[in-house]
Design a protein around this ligand. Structure first.
Ligand code: GLU
Length: 310
């Protein structure tokens, strides 16, 4: 691919994106996330056998946060099927912030509008099969190990604990959902699993590899195995496109047009259908929770290499 021979252009794009970081702010509502260095920016682009472009310190790790929602959705779909999942969570974008409670109250029946907002993600996490939190988390980690080929990946206990101790808003969403029979688990166990899934620690190279599998019909080129069934990889990309960048997903679709999911740690995972997987880490966020430098970088990459799906 062209990108690998275009080092000079890539350096310019990185510099321009990096300039944006000063307009952002690291997330601090989860105390442990506030320790991130806002001036970090790293990028990895993977094309099935190797990284074709990297920038910054690509070995630096960060937590998945909301990016994990795409992976738990895939697991729930594999575990209980489309009918089971979509009887408890909807398919529509909300236009509201990711942690909003408002549509749960104003919609009847009280079912979260999609799996990418916190309420929907909590409902999806509740669907994952397993007898204990450890078993469910173990299954998620095994799935991530297979997607990345990196069996060292685990969760960051400090970040998980920091979120668990301060997750009052997510707790209230979960209790609301239990009252309305959308979730059935013990809420503290559900919160433990959810905060641990959000605290799974990866590098942007790991993200690029996961994105590649999602972008390429669920197949790993490295192992020549189908890890995610085709129809599920399509559902993942669709939600990434319609709801993956919080309530900036519409603008992002116009400006970038690559199915992507971001997290409040500053990670963005972008899956170009039948193309490269892209992982970015830049913890300075805009007011909606997206990496400000990461968005700029993806916009430049999409323009230069014509990566929009539209
Ligand atoms: N763990 C975070 C939360 O639930 C994830 C949010 C995000 O990355 O959007 O608030």
């Amino acid at each position: 691919m062209e990108i690998c021979r275009d080092t000079e252009a890539l350096n310019i794009m990185i510099k321009e994106a990096y300039q944006q970081a000063k307009f952002g702010k690291v997330a601090d509502y989860i105390p442990a996330l506030s320790w991130a260095n806002p001036e970090t920016l790293s990028l990895a682009i993977y094309e099935g056998k190797s990284m074709i472009a990297t920038a910054g310190d690509t070995s630096e790790t960060f937590t998945l946060q909301s990016i994990s929602k795409v992976l738990t959705l895939a697991m729930a779909l594999m575990d209980i099927g489309e009918d089971g999942v979509f009887s408890r969570v909807g398919m529509e974008p909300t236009g509201d912030p990711f942690n909003s409670i408002i549509k749960l109250e104003t919609h009847t029946p009280s079912k979260p509008l999609n799996p990418m907002i916190n309420a929907g993600a909590l409902a999806v996490t509740d669907m994952i099969k397993g007898n204990t939190v450890e078993e469910k988390l173990g299954r998620l980690l095994a799935f991530i190990h297979e997607l990345t080929g990196n069996s060292a990946i685990t969760y960051n206990n400090e970040v998980a604990t920091s979120e668990f101790e301060t997750a009052d808003l997510n707790r209230s969403l979960a209790y609301f959902l239990k009252q309305h029979r959308v979730v059935s688990s013990d809420i503290e166990c559900l919160l433990e699993l959810y905060t641990k899934q959000c605290a799974v620690e990866v590098s942007c190279e790991d993200l690029a590899k996961i994105a590649f599998v999602i972008g390429n019909e669920g197949r790993s080129v490295e192992t020549d195995r189908t890890i995610i069934p085709l129809h599920i990889s399509r559902i993942m990309k669709t939600f990434m496109t319609t709801c993956g960048m919080y309530n900036a997903s519409g603008e992002f679709a116009i400006k970038v047009g690559i199915p992507s999911k971001s997290g409040v740690s500053g990670g963005i995972m972008a899956a170009v259908p039948h193309g490269p997987g892209i992982g970015i880490f830049g913890p300075a966020l805009d007011e909606k929770g997206n990496s400000i430098a990461g968005m700029k970088l993806l916009e430049s990459l999409a323009h230069r290499y014509d990566l929009s799906i539209f």
